[in-house]
Design a protein around this ligand. Structure first.
Ligand SMILES: Nc1nc2c(c(=O)[nH]1)N[C@H]1C(S)=C(S)[C@@H](COP(=O)(O)OP(=O)(O)OC[C@H]3O[C@@H](n4cnc5c(N)ncnc54)[C@H](O)[C@@H]3O)O[C@H]1N2
Ligand code: MOO
Length: 402
């Protein structure tokens, strides 16, 4: 049965759970998905500290200083970052301080070095303007107990830095879903095998493995099998611990398009058998035990599009990500688009800021459905609504950006 993309998404999302948690070293957590909220264990900064190299002073002592009438203070200590001043700042005194050091007791302002003249044990303050602002207050960035990261966040530079800031040497993330990828088709051979006439190398497995990795999964390549049902079944049954099965090929109406029979043989009730999109129309999906099995088209570009719009959101959910979808933006066609029609269509495109500052999309129309070439330059997927007429340059449309 043919379903709209939204219906298909809903049907498979309903069948998708979230992976169990695992604790891993922070250093290995790039790209992983946080499984627990993180609350600040302490204030940050954990103490009042100096943002400048200069002198810690009492503001009342120096507030009237200017270069004609500098204020002289006795320098009573010297404090570097990581060390503490042994002496409190009292009226008439100053402590020389370096960036990052704790503000000494008694001080409520820092004069930057450029606004001072040091003469032995005395410092002359030439101006105090803004000096009371020259303190990074304890807790000004984060308050103890405040929620800083929420589960489902993807760990990248900022989040990893913040986890380290709070001393989290290990982090609780979701296990990566293991995604089996099987290429079916008697014409497809492994990348290591020598090409013979009539055969092609399996590109789908590698393209999909890259997409799985990008989406937060761990690809498990099951290789290639000919269009022979028992061989397909045997290969799919080989690995343990698979959270999602993907196949390519044999999903259409040809004599050797075996995916319908595969579903029957494995006793899988299909949730749907075709999507109302182009390319990427042939897609069967159903539950195989605890996991989902999604049979994608053999056409590389069709498999790529179905993955992007259907499988990727489900994989993001399975992986525990809070956000399942790509970012979307309205973009302007920089060339006319003739590939329109009664069915919703997705077109790879290259987007860059145009002369008017808006994002201009250049459709990569080298593609027939089987062609991967468009993917090389693509950084967006244009979403052309069903029933669109020919779209002239300048038309605004929605794009998924990546
Ligand atoms: N009579 C009809 N024929 C076709 C229809 C149709 O509606 N009626 N739909 C066409 C469309 S659209 C598509 S898309 C394809 C889908 O067919 P399958 O999903 O069954 O895929 P295959 O036939 O197995 O392969 C299609 C194409 O892709 C090549 N291929 C397959 N696997 C790989 C791989 N791992 N790496 C690289 N290339 C691969 C394969 O050799 C074929 O050329 O059906 C149309 N036909
Ligand atoms: O349905 Mo095919 O997937 O248009 O390319």
């Amino acid at each position: 049965m043919t379903v709209l993309l939204e219906q298909a998404g809903k049907l498979i999302m309903e069948k998708t759970g979230i992976m169990p948690e695992v604790r891993i070293p922070l250093a290995e957590s790039y790209g992983r998905i946080l499984a627990r909220d993180l609350a600040a264990a302490t204030d940050f900064p954990p103490f009042h500290r100096s943002p400048l190299d200069g002198y810690a002073v009492k503001f009342a002592d120096v507030c009237k200083a200017d270069s004609d009438r500098p204020v002289s203070l006795r320098v009573v200590d010297y404090v570097t970052a990581g060390n503490l001043s042994q002496v409190a700042v009292r009226p008439g005194t100053a402590v020389r301080i370096m960036t990052g050091a704790k503000i000494p007791a008694g001080a409520d302002a820092v004069i930057r070095l450029e606004d001072t003249l040091t003469e032995g044990k005395t410092v002359k303050i030439l101006t105090a303007s803004g000096a009371d602002q020259n303190i990074c207050r304890q807790g000004e960035e984060f308050r103890q107990g405040e929620t800083i990261l929420t589960k489902g966040a993807v760990l990248r530079d900022g989040a990893m830095g913040i986890l380290a800031m709070f001393g989290q040497a290990e982090v609780t993330v979701y296990q990566r879903p293991r995604v089996a990828i099987l290429a079916t088709g008697s014409e497809v051979i492994d990348v290591n095998d020598l090409l013979e006439t009539g055969k092609i190398h399996d590109s789908n497995s590698y393209m999909l493995a890259a997409k799985v990795r990008e989406a937060g999964g761990e690809p498990v390549l099951l290789g290639q099998v000919p269009d022979v049902l028992p061989e397909i079944v045997e290969r799919l049954r080989r690995p343990d611990g698979i959270d999602l099965y993907l196949t390519t090929g044999g999903a259409s109406v040809g004599d050797l398009d075996l995916m319908g029979q595969l579903f029957e043989r494995l006793d899988i009730q299909p949730l749907f058998t075709r999507l109302a999109i182009k390319p990427g129309m042939p897609v069967l999906a159903g539950c195989w035990g605890e996991s989902l099995l999604v049979a994608l088209s053999g056409n590389p570009a069709a498999a790529g599009v179905s993955f992007e719009v259907l499988v990727r959101p489900l994989l993001r959910k399975l992986a525990g990500a809070a956000c399942h979808e790509r970012g979307r933006a309205r973009v302007v066609l920089s060339q006319p688009l003739t590939k329109t029609g009664p069915v919703r269509r997705f077109v790879w495109a290259s987007c860059a800021p145009g002369p008017d500052g808006r994002l201009a999309a250049r459709p990569l129309l080298v593609q027939r459905n089987g062609m991967l070439a468009g993917l090389i330059l693509a950084n967006a997927l244009l979403d052309i609504p069903a029933g669109s007429p020919l779209l002239p340059a300048g038309t605004e449309i929605t794009a998924r950006l990546f």
